[in-house]
Design a protein around this ligand. Sequence first.
Ligand code: HEC
Ligand code: HEC
Length: 343
Amino acid sequence: MKFLAILFFISFFTACNTNTRNEYLAIAENTVNTETEIILEHPGKKLMENNCYVCHNPKTAEDAMIAPPMVAVKMHYISEETSKEEFIVAMVEWSKNPSEEKSKMPGAVKKFGLMPYQFYPEETIKQIADYMYDNDIEEPQWFDAHYKQMHGDRPQMKGRMGHGKGNGKGMGKNQNANTQLSEKERGMQMAQTTKAELGKNLMGQIQKNGVIAALDFCNIQALPITDSMAAVHKAYIRRVTDKPRNPKNKANATELQYLENFKKQVAAGGEVNPIVVAMGNETEFYNPIVTNSMCLKCHGTPGKELETLTLTKIQELYPMDKATGYGENEVRGIWSIRFKNSE
Ligand code: HEC
Ligand code: HEC
């Protein structure tokens, strides 16, 4: 629930831009349980929790879900005949390009909107799928009843498909949802949730009203964040870049250095790890913001993906704009996040 409060908080202030008029976007501090687990885990588990639970979180109440729980995804993707290889391929395909045509969960698309595209390294998705196939996925407490009501009895499927946690463990024990997140994971979560919200609103605007309206929307949506809010919320999130559209988003010298580093890594094509810097009782977190095809409508090459009409409008709003000429899968900027460490 804490987590959702953050999401709502962010979505209230931001559309496609975190900070048109303000240097920083405050974000609610993310408290964490301190129960630690020392079990050797499948790497796919953490990857799933860090990357997918931002939206597919089994701890969220039914009426507050912003995506179906992972257990539901698993049920729609694995039948008795599905091999692990097939499942992995299907997950990779989906993550590369979520589309209505490909969806096996049209009901979810209708209810939540299409999953926003985000860049995930293929290896990450493979690990997640490998984990999902072989293991019980934690399911929400409300899920069983929901499933019976919607679909009747549960189907048989290959892979493992039990009832996850919640059985035997005493339902009241608000579960060990957040096995202590590291500072890196917290930073990642802040970046991902912000990105997810930005992406979702932006995509919705473009689909509904077109690119030009989306531009206006971005430009107007930036609300001033008052001092009182900065006092209440304890993390600072910026999107910065070497080629800013809004001059306020210009990276400083340190950020520029990290950005250059990320550019090399992304160009080389491997997995890119965030940079986490411990600063006393605070943590600084940096992670690249990578383009996909959608971004090129506003950041691509003029006359190609970036239509003349859009360009004219951009130049009206941002006479100093430098943020064009990008291709897909390029580092457009970085998240620069600073927050207090958890105890
Ligand atoms: C920003 C929120 C968000 C994040 C993060 C996210 N998803 Fe989704 N996902 C959704 C939504 C919303 C749906 C339901 C609509 C749909 O199916 O497109 C969905 C549906 C899916 C589906 C079912 C697709 C279908 O319709 O057949 C799969 C598979 C999936 N997600 C995998 C993942 C994986 C794997 C991750 C983590 C690497 C992930 N998602 C992260 C929002 C998200
Ligand atoms: C509808 C047009 C539009 C699309 C599509 C779009 N952007 Fe932007 N982008 C903008 C505008 C306008 C700004 C300036 C916002 C501001 O005033 O802070 C901006 C700013 C940014 C910034 C902050 C740095 C800067 O240059 O001011 C980043 C980073 C960024 N966009 C990345 C992306 C990525 C990544 C995508 C694709 C996922 C994307 N944008 C898609 C219009 C768009």
